[in-house]
Design a protein around this ligand. Structure first.
Ligand SMILES: NC(=O)c1ccc[n+]([C@@H]2O[C@H](COP(=O)([O-])OP(=O)(O)OC[C@H]3O[C@@H](n4cnc5c(N)ncnc54)[C@H](OP(=O)(O)O)[C@@H]3O)[C@@H](O)[C@H]2O)c1
Length: 285
């Protein structure tokens, strides 16, 4: 049985990992118990848990706040990730960390592969890319997995509601305005956790994309979520220029799973992911 030390276990992905990796012995300290930026505490936790795998599902990913707090963004998303990768290597543990579609500028029109050149638009994307580089330069057993638009249950104190949360909370009479000209690969945390579980059994380390298969516009995603959930939410399409965000975001940031698929690890479609999260059949409707 693999011993796993999981950082960020109360988050969306962390919650899915805790629920779904039932063949692993998971130690998941809370953020209050272990801050990934505290390297001494992390080294002690690694030694105490005798982990075979260190999974970092923590991040500072309030994309707009990162613009005004670049030091904090780089501390958590880059420096701490590089240090954690080194500590994992020194402890003989595999390191797994998550990155983002926001490393791309969104000027492409087909799902990005691992071979495409990153060009982040935001401080958040830049800090995550720096984290990727700090892991890669160690050439130690590690997986850096880029994903996109995660949704799923969470008990995280710091996270803001996902688009799915907002759809489920919205009601007729108060339309939810959602961008119709921005496409991505929204991903169910449960599907991502399942893919990661299979990935850590392999020794073909490196950079991978893992998302529910898209692309889909956020408007279409929200409308399908409302339909599948049977809510009377009113979803109103808007253009990217009409939303008020601080950080620039890519217009098209769907990712390709082709490299992951080459390992025989298949990701479900965005509709299947959404239906699985809502506990309904994708065919209903
Ligand atoms: N969410 C997305 O749409 C998305 C898209 C692409 C990539 N990603 C990446 O995927 C990963 C998982 O995302 P998620 O949506 O599951 O995140 P999430 O729900 O926001 O959870 C983040 C977790 O990290 C913890 N945390 C935050 N800062 C920490 C620190 N300094 N030390 C220790 N723990 C800390 C949080 O605890 P508290 O709540 O107690 O602070 C929470 O448990 C992240 O690397 C993220 O960048 C996410």
């Amino acid at each position: 049985m693999k011993r796993v030390l999981l950082i960020g276990g109360s988050g969306q992905l962390g919650t899915a990992i805790r629920r779904r990796w039932d063949d692993c012995e998971i130690t998941a300290p809370t953020h209050a118990e272990l801050d990934i930026r505290h390297s001494v505490a992390l080294a002690e936790a690694l030694a105490r848990s005798r982990a075979d795998v260190l999974v970092n599902a923590a991040a500072f990913h309030d994309v707009d706040r990162c613009e005004s707090e670049p030091l904090a963004a780089f501390e958590t998303n880059a420096v701490a990730v590089g240090v954690a990768a080194r500590l994992a290597r020194d402890a003989g543990a595999l390191f797994v960390t998550l990155s983002t579609d926001y490393v791309f500028d969104g000027e492409g029109g087909t799902p990005y592969t691992e071979a495409d050149a990153p060009h982040p638009l935001s401080v958040y994307g830049t800090s995550k890319l720096a984290g990727e580089h700090l892991v890669e330069r160690l050439r130690a057993p590690a997986f850096v997995v880029r994903t996109c638009g995660i949704y799923g249950p969470t008990s995280s104190a710091s996270r803001r509601p996902s688009l799915l949360d907002r759809v489920l909370a919205s009601r007729a009479g108060a339309p939810l305005r959602v961008v119709a000209d921005v496409c991505a690969s929204p991903t169910f945390a449960g599907d991502l956790a399942d893919a990661l579980r299979r990935l850590i059994d392999r020794d073909v380390y490196g950079l991978y994309h893992a998302v529910n298969v898209g692309p889909v516009s956020w408007y279409e995603f929200a409308a399908e979520a409302a339909r599948l959930a049977g809510t009377d939410a009113q979803i109103e399409p808007i253009r990217a220029e009409q939303r008020s965000t601080v950080a620039p975001r890519p217009r098209f940031s769907a990712l390709s799973n082709a490299k992951l698929g080459g390992l025989g690890i298949r990701m479900p479609s965005w509709r299947e992911g959404l239906a699985a999260c809502l506990g309904v059949s994708p065919a209903i409707g």
